[in-house]
Design a protein. Structure first.
Lengths: 118, 118
DNA sequence: CAGCTTGATAGACGTGTGTCAAATTAGAAG
DNA sequence: CTTCTAATTTGACACACGTCTATCAAGCTG
């Protein structure tokens, strides 16, 4: 029935903001991701993780950059994780966090029709 | 309608999330924009405006897409405007809203590693 | 086992946010 | 000037959110 704009499990097809208007469902899903980015601490956490050696970082690598309590950092990481923007994996004593490139790419392409054409 | 963006003219040139980690200031400014996108209604409003004929739309063109009161739509448009994502101009009885392409491009480039432009 | 370290969870507290109804401004047309 | 329509502002309310302290779980190591 529906042609293009679909939520294929995990992928949109190609409907940037400046093209076809977003459906209510698409807007809801995308807004949840943008909302996760809408906090200075989380945005910085994300960039710190992405820029960290090996593309992953444990909480101990991150918390030094903020004057926030451990639980607060943990909370923000949880929000990023539940938004699908990062993955978290426990290895031995430490939990390593890494970005999910496809998720960022998707959000980027929604905003930038011009810049998204690689 | 002279509510203008806070990031006036300022440019944190091209440092995508996956490159250099964002500073606290950069994160704060960018997070404010993402926050504005972090609501389903606002995201859909933005796409409706962008997709509307002529690249601009008045409230009367938009409010039909939502089951929300006029003041609520007006509120969301104000948030988008203060985030620098749209411009608003009054002509005669109607107020026309249009997107600010550079703002979207900037956000897109922050998220998209390979899509960074000069 | 006990003891230590890393990180997550639970609960509480103050602030921020989305929504609406009612009142208000801006302009056009009688 | 009065009246009508379009849109914003105001004030109120319930709920969500960010932060903390205190507590708990997982995993090493002696």
């Amino acid at each position: 029935m529906s042609n293009q704009p679909e939520w294929n499990g995990e992928r949109w097809c190609c409907s940037p903001v400046t093209g076809e208007p977003l459906s209510a469902e698409q807007s809801g899903a995308l807004a949840a991701s943008f909302k996760a980015l809408g906090d200075p601490v989380r945005l910085r956490l994300l960039s710190l993780i992405a820029a960290h050696e090996g593309g992953e970082a444990c909480v101990c690598d991150l918390s030094g950059a903020f004057e926030l309590s451990g639980p607060t950092i943990s909370h923000h990481l949880k929000v990023l994780r539940e938004a699908g923007l990062i993955r978290s994996e426990r290895r031995a004593t430490w939990v390593y966090h890494s970005v999910v490139p496809d998720a960022l790419r998707q959000l980027s392409s929604v905003l930038g029709p011009a810049t998204a054409r690689a």
